[in-house]
Design a protein around this ligand. Sequence first.
Ligand code: UDP
Length: 374
Amino acid sequence: MKKYKNIVVGCGLAGAVMANKLANELNETVLVVDRKNHLAGTCYDYKNEYGITVHKYGPHIFRTNSKEIWQFLSQYTQWYPFMHKVLGVVDGIEIPIPFNLNSLRKVFPTQLANTLENKLIQTFGFNKKIPILELRRTEDKDLQFLAEYIYNKVFLGYTLKQWDYTPEQLDPSVTGSVPVYISRDDRYFQEKYQAIPRLGYTKMFENMLNHPLIEVKLETDFLNIKETVAWERLIYTGPIEEFFGYKYGKLPYRSLDIKIETFDTDKFQNAPVVNYPENYDFTRIAEYKYFLNEKSDKTTLSFEYPENFEVGKNDRIYPILNEANQAIYNRYAADAQKMPNTYFIGRLGAYRYYDMNRTIANAFETFNIIKNKR
Ligand code: UDP
């Protein structure tokens, strides 16, 4: 029986970061297994026949305020500095998303826009971010009108498509991550560091895992090999409920049916991502040549059609955050706590809606716990 100091289940961001640190900083052997036939989990990208780098699981834009995280990744990639912008089609007009003072001016006549802008600034202050569910609680009649407009035109349709729930039925953090922004900053994110790996995410993962103490086995299910290998420590980034044999029931996820299409035109849309809260069955279209400024006389797009996760049909992409699901997760987490030398991290291990930055932070925290225990 082959023996490893560590087994890491899952070769997405959480797993790759952990494997890297265990090998580099603790000098320990690591076996990384993943069911898929590629590295990088949902960060996986590839260059297509038209020279355009496509994100297979939908657009990924890296951003962080943490110098530590930025410097860590910078060992494994050069960066293309990229400030993400999103437009949303509302009443047929393209407006900046998150909804901000520029969006306000695009959809309302000048006098009304002036009134609303002044009230927003007086009530909340300039450069403030207000979650839509908070704006809806305002008492002022004009701001109530504005809140209902934004809620109905930007959030309700999109959220129903994305989650099959209304914003109120989900944890407030879900829509809170795209707040109304009382500012003229049209960027989707405000973090200090924002960029795309210049040679793609997959290459960055290859570099992160390129270490003599790390062995990676793809198309390998942990459940099938666990009787044939021995380990002292297990880092599990797969679905926690599967690890425990679904003993407390399933944890629900949303998935995406992503249709990737190439159009015979130089450019399709006016921003890297355009959201469609009101029209169509897809939530958004990403146009990939924007992300690394790649030149081609064709353009490759992805259309995201959200759907429920079902075993064997699609991938777990988004944990559905609400109280009922959190209660199920908490039972699994309590069992996980009792398991010696076993750590559950990442979106699926922790059943959290982590972005890339928070996934890495989660891996760093867990690594520090492991390091301090030795
Ligand atoms: N959202 C929305 N309308 C938009 C953009 C976002 O209603 O135009 C809501 C929606 O519920 C979405 C959530 O905000 O799922 C988070 O959006 P984000 O773009 O961060 O989602 P992700 O990129 O993780 O899919």
